[in-house]
Design a binder for this molecule. Structure first.
Ligand code: CMP
Length: 137
């Protein structure tokens, strides 16, 4: 049993597809251990994406992530990290396979609907960034 972090980004929240995206996780056999809608501060977004701080897209990424509320969730189940990434599709929606979340709901590499942890190790770090252990049922 693994846990992974999912973020439904401001573009998808604005499109009113939170439920549709969460349903995809559940339909694939993942369980939502905890979820919440929050507004990230600039400091939150910079800290969360610190690994990308030297990339040319960093400032745009931070501005986008604070442009509206996001929904952060802990998903759990067998192979949760890989399963979530498979459901999301490629980072750039133009490359995402048909039927994936990004192919169906995302517009661009910046406004790409969802984020998901890329490894079990990062999942632990990202979950701890947003949730206290006692919040995760
Ligand atoms: P995400 O999975 O949230 O991780 C970092 C984000 O940076 C990524 O999704 C994209 O939304 C955004 N991004 C913008 N440009 C690029 C790029 N060239 N390569 C990777 N990620 C990018």
């Amino acid at each position: 049993m693994e846990q992974t972090l999912s973020i439904i980004k401001p573009d998808a929240v604005a499109k009113n597809v939170i439920g549709k995206i969460l349903t995809r996780f559940e339909d694939a056999g993942l369980r939502i251990a905890v979820t919440k809608k929050i507004q990230l501060s600039r400091e939150d977004a910079k800290a969360f994406y610190a690994v990308h701080k030297d990339r040319p897209f960093f400032n745009d990424l931070v501005e986008f992530m604070i442009s509206g509320p996001v929904v952060v969730s802990v998903l759990e189940g067998d192979n949760a990290v890989a399963k979530n990434r498979e459901l999301m599709g490629a980072t750039n929606p133009k490359d995402a396979q048909k039927g994936t979340i990004r192919a169906d709901f995302a517009e661009s590499i910046d406004a790409n609907a969802v984020h998901g942890s890329d490894s079990l190790e990062n999942a632990k770090i990202e979950i701890e960034f947003f949730f206290a252990q006692r919040e995760i049922v």
